[in-house]
Design a protein around this ligand. Structure first.
Ligand code: ATP
Ligand code: MG
Length: 582
């Protein structure tokens, strides 16, 4: 039983000055956490209980898929990370320190290396596999912007698991098991979430998915469909292409002198005023944006033309994702000077193609579509330039921005933008780490086989805050019962024997297996006790107050705010059945 009279807890009436999002404000005001340093938090008694409750749900579901829990060190010599190149690749987010002998160490941000090397140490035969190993543990990342309390910490709690399989089908199976476990975990935690593919279909969309808890305060933007449960990162949206049309009988391309048309708007206005008997919109124009890309390990940049309909912008994040792992940058003046055929503002497909530059287009620029676009000389544009007849692009690229109202890629409904918090990530790593550590299993045929790997994370502390983001009101937190610090908050108010009765009922409830928090503080006003109860967010409240002399108590439901008078004699049964009802 938790007793408010002795609990190490001080609630606050004011929001902390550094807090912007509800979960941060409420977890601090409710005394669940206290900040020790930027992005570093102490978990107070109630916070520890809730954190453990979240971890318990995760453990149950991980054990159900056959995961085996371990606990690895958070202090590791650099050697592990050097073996995979991550000692440098990880950059500034890795906390590095030296021991007294000058040896390099890291505070671990994630544990692929040590798990891989442990499996290599213990296992050697195909009979040993598959295996799923996990831990629930503190992670350290020197985030550039630790924010929003425990949502983005520099020390935070993560469940990380790793699967080791003999082949791709095995990996797919381990991945599917994790996906199912995650759906169950977040469902049990009462979260509203979407599973989004982290990469576009072209890059193998199912190889990695993120679980996003939908909240207006989320850092990640994603799109959902009005007509299905399609959800994806903006980077992963595949534009539905119009069907290829015939080029037969289309008017010939014509070059027009188009002075004073520096913008798409003025260009469209020019053609509409030209008396051509047709109406043009920005979507009829083809905008060619020049970028340069460089593949990892290459010294030279390659100039690439990207064609998108003129009513859209190139979304650099989408373009970068599409061209990953190459770097992408915009051209500078020097690039234009070095390539005089690039006539700024009048770049057309044919100028690019004639000069052997790679030219990639939005999928809407499909064979048979006709465009108004640059004619590769100053003050000139061409109309009726037909894709597939007058120019043949080198391929398509997902670079155009995604807009609210765009058709959903699955053909059902239209897209709208939502915001979310990444609460989990599942990832088919393949052999990157097993190659680095040469983790092989001896096959039935006596030949060594390289093991393949998946890695799967859940931000335990972040999930907790995400629950609060989704489940609170103006008065405080509204915990789902599964993770609440207690099932019932028994509040004794008054100067008579209310507190004694509250304690007696609490005792009885506890014997029935109900988790109880009892407010047995003397000399604290009823108003303060009720305010605290609402702030703390325990799902059921039982008030032992003035009515006690008539044998009447009050049962309160935190989520609905509804309350009901109940008889003293029935109180234990009523609370127990409210708890059992969930
Ligand atoms: P983000 O994009 O939010 O930085 P990430 O891609 O770095 O996340 P992973 O490396 O996949 O995250 O880590 C697994 C999980 O750990 C994430 O899905 C998230 O729930 C959690 N997590 C990651 N970084 C933090 C952090 N700084 N604070 C709290 N939880 C975190
Ligand atoms: Mg990160």
């Amino acid at each position: 039983m938790l007793r408010m009279s002795t609990l190490f807890l001080r609630t606050l009436r004011e929001d902390p000055a550094d807090a912007e999002v509800p979960s941060h404000k409420l977890m601090v005001r409710g005394g669940y956490v206290r900040r020790a340093a930027p992005g570093v938090y102490s978990w107070m008694p109630l916070g520890k209980i809730v954190l453990d409750n979240v971890a318990a749900v995760i453990r149950e579901e991980m054990n159900r898929i056959g995961g085996q829990e371990m606990l690895l060190p958070t202090l590791l010599p650099s050697d592990y990370y050097e073996a995979t190149g991550r000692w440098t690749e990880y950059g500034d987010a890795l906390f590095r320190l030296k021991d007294r002998k000058g040896g390099d160490y890291a505070l671990t941000p994630t544990h692929e290396e040590l798990f891989t090397s442990l499996v290599k140490g213990e296992y050697s035969s195909y009979k040993d596999f598959p295996v799923i190993l996990y831990q629930v543990q503190e992670k350290f990342r020197d985030e550039a912007r630790p924010r929003a309390g425990v949502l983005r910490g520099r020390e935070f709690h993560m469940k990380d698991s790793y699967s080791f399989d003999l082949d791709d089908e095995g990996l797919q199976h381990s991945y599917d098991l994790h996906r199912q476990a995650y759906v169950r975990i977040f469902g049990r935690l009462g979260l509203r979430f979407a599973v989004v593919s982290a990469q576009s279909g072209a890059m193998g969309g199912s190889l990695s998915e993120e679980f996003l808890a939908e909240t207006p305060t989320g850092e990640d933007t994603f799109v959902r469909s009005t007509g299905s449960d399609y959800a994806a990162n903006v980077e992963a949206v595949d534009t539905p292409a119009p069907p290829a049309a015939s080029v037969e009988g289309r008017p010939q391309a014509q070059v027009h002198h188009t002075p004073d048309t520096p913008t798409i708007e003025t260009l469209v206005g020019f053609f509409n005023a030209a008396g051509l008997g047709r109406t043009f919109t920005a979507a009829d124009t083809l905008k060619n944006v020049l970028v340069k890309t460089r593949r990892p390990g290459d010294d030279d940049w390659e100039i690439v033309g990207v064609g998108v309909p003129g009513d859209r912008e190139v979304d650099m994040k989408r373009l970068e994702a599409a061209l990953h792992p190459a770097d992408v940058a915009l051209l500078d003046e020097a690039d234009f000077e070095a390539n005089p055929f690039l006539v700024k503002g009048y770049v057309g497909p044919n100028g690019l193609l004639a000069n052997k530059l790679r030219y990639l287009v939005d999928p809407r620029v499909a064979p048979g579509t006709a465009w108004v676009t640059g004619a590769d000389k100053p003050d000139h544009h061409v109309m009726d330039l037909v894709c597939g007849r007058d120019f043949v692009p080198d391929g398509t690229v997902e670079a155009a921005d995604v807009r609210e109202g765009d058709a959903s890629p699955d053909g059902q409904g239209t897209l709208y933008t939502a915001r979310g918090i990444e609460i989990g990530h599942i990832f088919q790593l393949g052999r990157k780490y097993t190659d680095a550590f040469e983790l092989d299993a001896l096959g039935a045929d006596g030949k060594p086989k390289r093991v393949t790997m998946g890695s799967y994370g859940i931000g335990v502390s972040r999930v907790l805050a995400a629950v609060v983001e989704q489940s609170h009101d103006g008065k405080g937190i509204v915990w789902p019962r599964e993770i609440a610090p207690a099932d019932v908050h028994v509040v004794g108010t008054g100067k008579g024997d209310q507190i004694e009765t509250a304690l007696r009922i609490a005792e009885e409830l506890e014997q029935r297996g109900v988790r109880v928090l009892v407010d047995d503080r003397k000399g604290v006003s009823p108003g303060v006790k009720f305010t605290d109860a609402e702030l703390l967010g325990v799902p059921t409240g039982l008030i032992v107050g003035k009515g006690l002399s008539e044998g009447v108590l009050e049962l309160r439901d935190r989520a609905s705010g509804e309350s009901e008078e109940i008889a003293l004699d029935a109180a234990v049964d009523r609370v127990a059945s409210a708890v059992a009802a969930g």
